[in-house]
Design a protein around this ligand. Structure first.
Ligand code: G3H
Ligand code: 13P
Ligand code: ZN
Length: 328
């Protein structure tokens, strides 16, 4: 059944677990996530970015989710808009049947310039007012995702705005987070603790210097009843990097967010963990393997079926590690 994010995360908080939120762009990702959820009896959060909606088409995407629910009627599914950047995006997600939206008001429409606290509150509160009228949940974001390594001058090329911000400006301030939740009424709060999107998060295994898990403890202490969300939380497993690189790919050495750090975050109130990159790596590795071993193969099913299985294995692992098994 289609359920709201609030319903899923309230249950997760009550039972001390978190849910991975997997990004979906196509049928193969949907089938992989649902098969893993069925195997582990876990609830599901599937999320579509603006890019996913443009790629797959809103009508196709909404029917894809309906198909998931019809295939597995016993699994609760939340369909979430990932990184909505304007009220209009959130509204069109709702009219397409999404049960949850993220209003990411931390950046201006250009996706680069940080907004002021007041601007973020105003746009997020507007979406909350609208979404709650129809039972749709809202995730907000306070702070700025981005690598702390760029601040330390360790990364080769600081990209985006991170280089211009101090550590404190990048990380979520607990007091500001508390004020934000009070003023907006969001159901879940994305916080910045040093993670970033994509495969290249850290140039070494992250420690407390570059991955501020402790900041979650401070935010949770201030906001014990707010569901926290970790973005940029792919683990970028070495074995998936190796599979790609062994079959003609070129993934430069990199580190993601270790699963044990996420598990620590779950103790500090993290209930939704966004994972996109890991499924991209799994699918790419499986396809590359087939292409390398069978250069004559051209039936898409022959490389997409192993791709589904490789993605599903990642999903099963995350459901297990985040503690959602048996909670469907
Ligand atoms: O926000 C980042 C997610 O990984 C979605 O990425 O915008 O390329 O679909 P995307
Ligand atoms: P990753 O790139 O780490 O998978 O993060 C995805 C994400 O945060 C989507 O909002
Ligand atoms: Zn994100």
């Amino acid at each position: 059944a289609l359920v709201s994010l609030r319903q899923l995360l309230d249950h997760a908080a009550e039972h001390d677990y978190a849910l991975p939120a997997f990004n979906v762009n196509n049928m193969e990702q949907m089938l992989a996530i649902m098969a893993a959820a069925d195997a582990t009896q876990s609830p599901v959060i599937m999320q579509a970015s603006r890019g996913a909606r443009a790629f797959a088409n809103d009508i196709v995407l909404s029917h894809l989710i309906r198909a998931a629910i019809e295939l597995y009627p016993h699994i609760p599914v939340c369909m979430h808009q990932d990184h909505g950047n304007a009220p209009a995006t959130c509204l069109s997600a709702i009219t397409n049947g999404f049960s949850s939206v993220m209003m990411d008001g931390s950046l201006k429409a250009d996706g680069k310039t940080p907004t002021t606290f007041e601007e973020n509150v105003a746009v997020t509160a507007k979406v909350v007012e609208m979404a709650h009228l129809v039972g749709v949940s809202v995730e907000g974001e306070i702070g700025h995702l981005g690598s702390l390594e760029t601040l330390r001058g360790e990364a080769e090329d600081g990209h985006g705005f991170e280089g211009a911000l101090s550590r404190e400006q990048l990380l979520t301030d607990p007091e500001e987070a508390a004020k934000f939740v009070r003023l907006t009424g969001v159901d879940a709060l994305a916080v910045a603790i040093g993670t970033s999107h994509g495969a290249y998060k850290f140039t070494r295994k992250p420690d407390g210097e570059i991955l501020a898990i402790d900041r979650l403890r401070e935010i949770h202490a201030r906001l014990p009843d707010t569901h926290l969300v970790m973005h940029g939380s792919s683990s970028v497993p070495q074995d998936l990097q190796d599979i790609i690189n062994a079959h003609g790919g070129e993934i430069a050495p990199t580190w993601g967010v270790p699963v044990e750090e996420i598990q620590q975050g779950i103790r500090y109130g993290v209930r939704k963990v966004n994972v996109d990159t890991d499924l991209r790596l799994a699918l790419t590795g499986a396809i590359r393997t087939v292409f390398a071993k069978h250069p004559g193969e051209f039936d898409p099913r022959k490389y997409l079926a192993p791709g589904i299985e490789a993605m599903s294995a990642v999903c099963r692992d995350r459901f297990e590690q985040f503690g959602s098994v048996g909670h469907a």
